[in-house]
Design a protein. Sequence first.
Length: 274
Amino acid sequence: MATMNTPKMSQRLGAELLGTFWLVFGGCGSAIFAATFVAPNIVAGQSMLLGIGFVGVSLAFGLTVLTMAYAVGHISGGHFNPAVTIGLSVAKRFEWRDVPGYVAAQVVGGLLAGLALWGIARGKSGFDATGHMAANGYAENSPGGYSLMAVLVAEAILTAVFLYIILGATDSRAPQGFAPIAIGLGLTLIHLISIPISNTSVNPARSTAVAFFNGAGAPAQLWAFWLAPIVGAAIAGATFHLVTGVDRRDRDISGSIDADDVRVAEGVNPDAAR
């Protein structure tokens, strides 16, 4: 029987960096370049709106997660989101000791995508990045003018639901091989709900990725898009067992083996070449 090898931490962090890069580049990129694209109508002499709108941007975010979950999810688990990583740790699905590395890789991947988007956007004459980099925000920076409290509540609830979807879809009792589809569609629905509210974060790395390139008050409001998603994810991680009846909170997931637990069959040389 083939043995299962756990990927090296460097490989797992690389997968998280790549996945978060793609999430930001594909999701925020669709909002920056394609959401309201207007092309000239040569025949009628008028402009034509060819943009993908809220629906297209929502699908783009969902598709980035779906595609990367299939591409590298088997390497790192496919988090691509600090709130997801923390929520999974609260639910005892992920090691706390690996959280800092994952979060750092996700933030770096997001920032690299933000830099790439900013560089590409500057290639258009007259483009002004200020306020046009798909940043998240509340009050005057909310697309629909929603208050700080409304944004915090929406982000916390939606992130919690996102974690419930992830925890349920990846449960061993769920249909195997379909988790990325459920998770990607879940993120699509979340964006359909909340783009007008906050431009949809549910992901601190996604918010950080474009905030500093966007300016216009986005960096000062960034704290809200770390706080609310992490709180929502932690609540979901802590309460998932109440919904499903599957309680993993006391399970050892460290993967370490005590020396006293190692048993070598009689007559077997543990140092023999294999």
